[in-house]
Design a binder for this molecule. Structure first.
Ligand SMILES: CC(C)(COP(=O)(O)OP(=O)(O)OC[C@H]1O[C@@H](n2cnc3c(N)ncnc32)[C@H](O)[C@@H]1OP(=O)(O)O)[C@@H](O)C(=O)NCCC(=O)NCCS
Length: 129
């Protein structure tokens, strides 16, 4: 559900199909009990050239008592694809407030870390093959 919600947010931003490339860890801070409604809310937090980071919040809500709880959050990364299936440039985000600028800086660091991890994994796969 969270991946689908994040992908929809990314597709709306890019106006193109997207593919999921990475997700950071997801921890349940609260349980989702049987019978509860589950909703996802996503927002684009960072845009690279072809990639977008989307923060997805999972919210559980009681069906008839107005009470909702955020149970998880995770950052997902999507890449926009052109009609040949190649990564395609996406519209940039405009960061205005100090909060938005700080959030984009934090996202940039996460993205650099993901790419570093993925390069390390590729290296160790090469070594073991
Ligand atoms: C996503 C994919 C098209 C990217 O192809 P690629 O050859 O790595 O292309 P690039 O190197 O140009 O990278 C494209 C973007 O993805 C980002 N990216 C690549 N690997 C990444 C990773 N592990 N984590 C975060 N971002 C990553 C790059 O930083 C780049 O972003 P930018 O343009 O904003 O700088 C390719 O890796 C792919 O098809 N992966 C499989 C995805 C998939 O099948 N998902 C569904 C799973 S069910």
């Amino acid at each position: 559900m969270a991946d689908e919600a994040g992908a929809l947010v990314a597709m709306r931003h890019a106006n193109m199909p997207v593919v999921t490339v990475a997700v950071d860890s997801m921890t349940f801070m609260e349980p989702i009990r049987i019978g509860m409604l589950v909703m996802c809310r996503g927002e684009v937090t960072y845009v690279g050239r072809t990639s977008m980071e989307v923060r997805v919040e999972v919210i559980s809500e009681h069906p008839f008592v107005s009470q909702s709880t955020v149970t998880n959050t995770a950052f997902w990364v999507y890449v926009a694809l052109d009609d040949k299936g190649n990564p395609a440039p996406v519209p940039q985000l405009i960061y205005e407030s100090p909060e938005e600028i700080a959030r984009a800086e934090a996202a940039k660091e996460r993205q650099a870390f993901r790419k570093q991890q993925s390069a390390k994994e590729a290296q160790s796969r090469e070594k073991s093959s």
